[in-house]
Design a protein around this ligand. Structure first.
Ligand code: E4P
Length: 214
């Protein structure tokens, strides 16, 4: 499973890149709005650090405008993936962009049927928002499981990004399901490496080492 960081913060990205386990980054307008500076310059900086797929979202809602915005953003770097919301206009724009070889991450996906349409429109990635479904008492994992089955049934090449991750348990679920990618907020990412027994084990080894007989 590829691991992405769900952030627009370059310090967080630099830190996880150093771990040697980061495959890509997803941003969205809410995450970008938390950072200072120019939208396109920030996306370029993130691409240069990650050297892997970086999703940047369009702000337009109309298909023609989305296409224009996407073409412009795609000039930033070879790593840019265009995030497009799962709407009728989003499908129309994705069809055009896919024909031009521009990779689309269809975002804000909350149902298997939306994911089916995303794949048929030519989206390279689909992002079911698991945490937001869980938030309204609708188990997100079931939607992801259905999408996996549908994509396998018809051999769709669209990659599934398990998104809206709230806690490490989501990451475990994503890996057990066998999704292609999981995009994880920084605070959850750093929880993945932690275990109290690891800390206790290190402390005990070091204590024992101090008692080494010569
Ligand atoms: C995915 O690409 C989105 O940026 C993200 O996972 C949204 O998650 P949220 O529900 O925590 O905002």
């Amino acid at each position: 499973m590829d691991l992405y960081l769900d952030t627009a913060n370059v310090d967080e990205i630099r830190e996880i890149v150093q771990w040697g386990v980061l495959d890509g980054v997803t941003t969205n307008p809410s995450l970008m709005a938390k950072e200072k500076g120019d939208y396109k310059k920030l996306l370029k900086e993130i691409c240069d650090i990650v050297k892997g797929p970086v999703s940047g979202e369009v702000l337009s809602l109309n298909a023609d405008e989305m296409v224009r915005e996407a073409r412009d953003l795609s000039q930033i770097s070879e790593y840019i993936v265009i995030k497009i919301p799962c709407t009728v206009d989003g499908l129309k724009a994705t069809k055009v962009l896919a024909r031009e070889g521009i990779k689309v991450n269809m975002t804000l996906v909350f149902s298997p049927n939306q994911a089916l349409l995303a794949a048929k429109s030519g989206a390279a990635y689909v992002s079911p928002f698991v945490g937001r479904l869980d938030d309204i008492g609708n188990p997100g994992i079931e939607i992801v499981n259905d999408i996996l089955t549908i994509y396998r049934n018809y051999n769709f090449k669209t990659k599934i990004i398990f998104a809206s991750v709230r806690h490490p348990e989501h990451v475990r679920q994503a890996a057990l399901l066998g999704v292609d990618i999981c995009t994880i907020p920084y605070k959850v990412f750093i929880q993945l490496i932690k275990h109290s027994l690891t800390d206790v084990g290190i402390a005990r080894f070091l204590e024992d080492w101090k008692k080494k007989i010569d």
